[in-house]
Design a protein. Sequence first.
Length: 127
Amino acid sequence: MSVNTDRFESAATRYFEAWNATEPEALAKAVAAAWTADGGYTDPLTEVSGHDRIAAVIAAAHEQFPGFAFRPLGAVDGHHDTARFSWELVNQVDGSAPVAGFDVVTLDDDGRIKQVLGFLDRVPTGV
């Protein structure tokens, strides 16, 4: 059985582009490129759907962690319409990564994200 890993890699790349966009217009464009119109995002801290709400969650993360960027850890793994990958939130000044986790995403036929289930493996105290 052949698995099209490019589809999963492309979805993850667009996902990280959205999470690393900081300007409102760029963020809106990146979220629209990564998610379906009714796409969702769920992690232990939030559950939202739709581009505007997903963009608001991403903007809030940048407000809480200014000067940080999301970076993938390891390879993207996937089968059928589901992919998973690990990530960390990195301070772009000192390289520390106080937050890390992994996400499981479900894709539509065009490779856009229908749903994200996020898991937090490492969080700073007080978050």
